[in-house]
Design a protein around this ligand. Structure first.
Ligand SMILES: Cc1ncc(COP(=O)(O)O)c(C=O)c1O
Length: 375
């Protein structure tokens, strides 16, 4: 099995013959409207710090996309261009969140752990409910952590690694409890462009006045349009008090996103970019359904939740008696590289996160290996 591109991406930096289905990059390429704009920018020598014109174009395009796609009215002044979502988390923790522990619902995107540790925060892992039958935030456990003084909750919405989407009532309740305890919610909405079954993403900050007040939202074109290497994300500050703080303390030009990333974002979030996204989401939904159908042939079903969003499936693989044969290690022995469950929080060693943003023939091979490993 070889990489689908003529060079190894990060996801395909695996030994020859192994399928790269781990890190959240997509093999489906990106929108031609983006690559054309990037070629033009490079040919024009636009390799500088981020100029205001490219920054404004990206922020305005995002506001237009949020209005069309989510029905979310975002003030362009509320949007700041930053290098990536994890930088947004660090900025939030450094400048906007009071001292105190941070609640991280698990399983969680693995890189939240080092980012939180790097910010010197104690992490309170709150396992989600309904391990085998759908995942939901454990609001009672989150509330008790907030009552004990936790300063923030990291919400991943839609959720990596399970692909679940929190419902509006949950988001409203989370916002109310955060406001009550004087805490903030960092809402990572990087996967919001990829939502299935004709559903519409509901931005956390949009669900109530409290949510807009407590939210610090970060998103990016990097997953939906597969441009994570370009380093431009959007920090959306719906609490006006945050804007001055970030502008004064954090966003010197060197902290802003890259100019090529901003060019990519401006075109990703354009109507043309959105048409490409729609077609890609349809392809990914087909991949999800092929995977889900194939897994129904197994006596025990490793997919406890059909992802409602993201191109990630959270599989309960379990362990066999051989050494090194739990979760992702078990799949690795079958020639399939996935993200290990143990990287996503305590108690998830039997799980693996499978990235199904694969080309059709590669998906066939990956599914065969998954079935073989679990048969
Ligand atoms: C939930 C989530 N947040 C953040 C990131 C990283 O994004 P960025 O490169 O913009 O920091 C990823 C990448 O997979 C992700 O899945």
């Amino acid at each position: 099995m070889t990489a689908p591109l003529d060079h190894a991406t990060r996801k395909w930096s695996v030994p020859a013959g192994v399928v790269g289905a781990g890190i959240a990059e997509s093999d489906l390429g990106t929108a031609p409207v983006i690559t054309e704009a990037l070629h033009h920018a490079i040919d024009s020598g636009l390799l500088t710090y981020l100029p205001d014109s490219a920054d404004s174009a990206a922020r305005e395009a995002f506001a237009g996309f949020a209005a069309r796609r989510y029905g979310w009215d975002v003030d362009t002044d509320a949007v700041a261009t930053i290098p990536d979502v994890l930088t947004g988390l660090t900025l939030a923790l450094t400048h906007l969140v009071r001292p105190g522990a941070v609640v991280l619902p698990t399983p969680a995107y693995a890189n939240f752990f080092p980012t939180l540790a790097g910010s010197g925060r104690e992490v309170i892992e709150v396992p989600s409910r309904g391990r085998g039958h759908g995942f939901a935030l454990d609001l009672d456990a989150i509330e008790s952590a907030l009552a004990r003084g936790a300063a923030a909750v990291v919400l991943c919405h839609p959720h990596n690694p399970t692909g679940t989407v929190a419902d509006r009532a949950t988001l409203v309740a989370l916002a109310a409890m955060a406001e009550h305890h004087g805490a903030r919610v960092f809402s990572d909405e990087i996967h919001a462009p990829v939502v299935y079954d004709g559903a519409r993403h509901v931005p956390f900050a949009s669900v109530s006045t409290s949510a807009a007040h407590v939210a610090i939202t970060a998103t990016s074109a990097s997953k939906g349009w597969n441009v994570p290497g370009l380093k431009a994300a959007q920090l959306v500050l719906t609490n006006p008090a945050d804007r001055g703080v970030i502008a004064a303390r954090a966003l010197a030009p060197v902290h802003a996103g890259s100019v090529l990333g901003a060019v990519a974002a401006a075109h990703a979030y354009s109507p043309d970019g959105e048409r490409w996204l729609d077609a890609t989401v349809t392809t990914l939904e087909g991949n999800r359904d092929r995977l889900a159908t194939a897994l129904t042939t197994l006596p025990t079903r490793p997919l406890s939740v059909l992802p409602a969003a993201t191109y990630l499936a959270w599989l309960e693989i379990g362990c066999t008696p051989e050494p090194d044969s739990c979760g992702a290690a078990r799949l690795r022995r079958a020639g399939l590289a996935t993200t290990p469950g143990e990287a996503c929080g305590s108690g998830y060693a039997g799980f693996a996160r499978f990235n199904f943003a694969l080309l059709p023939d590669v998906l066939d091979v990956a599914i065969d290996r998954l079935l073989d490993a679990l048969a």
